[in-house]
Design a protein. Sequence first.
Length: 201
Amino acid sequence: MRSGLACIVGIGAALVASAASADGLYRTNTGPGGADFSGVNLGVDLGAAIGANGAVNYSGVAGGAHVGYLLQNGPIVGGVEADAFLGSISGGASGFGNYSQTWLSSARIKGGYAFGDILAYGTLGEAWSTSSIQNLGYTSNKSLNGYVFGIGAEYALTRSISLRAELRRYNFNGATYYMPTGPQQATSGTNLLTLGVSTHF
C-alpha cells in the first residue's frame, strides 16, 4: 500500500512539473476575469476515510486519480468526472471479524459556481467498491455498488494547475458475506475527505 501511495504522489509531482513547463498551453486562466475551468482535467488525490457498516467502525487512507470534462458559461460550471482510489480502509469487531475496503470508484456529474479563481461545486453519481470480511481464517469478498454525493472547492493556482479539496459520502447497498459461522449481512457507508491537484487541457 505504501508503494502504491508513493507512486500516486510521484505521478502528481510529474503532472505539476509537466504543467509548469508548458504553462501557456492549458485552459485554466488566472487573469483579471477569473479562471476558466472548462475543458479536460486530469489529476491525483490523497484522502482519509472513516465509515461504518453497522457492526464495525472502519478508517484508513486512500490515493487515486480523476479525469473529467467541464463546460463553463460565465461563472456557471458543469460537467462529468470519474475517479478510482486504492485504499487501506479497515476495522474490526469481536464476533464479526475484520471488514475492509480496497478500491473505491465513482462516475459523477459535477456542477458549481466560480468566484474568480475559486470554484465551489457539488457532485453526485454512482459508486462502486471492493470489500471483504475476514474471520476465523476465512475471507469472503463482495463487490458493492451504491451512490456518492459531496461538496468541494477548487483553486486555480496557475494557468494550468489547480488545487482542490472534497468531502464525499459513499452509501453502498447491503451485501451478504458467507462465513463458517453463517451468513453476515452488512450495509456500509464511507466518508472520504481528499486533497488533490489537477492539470487542465
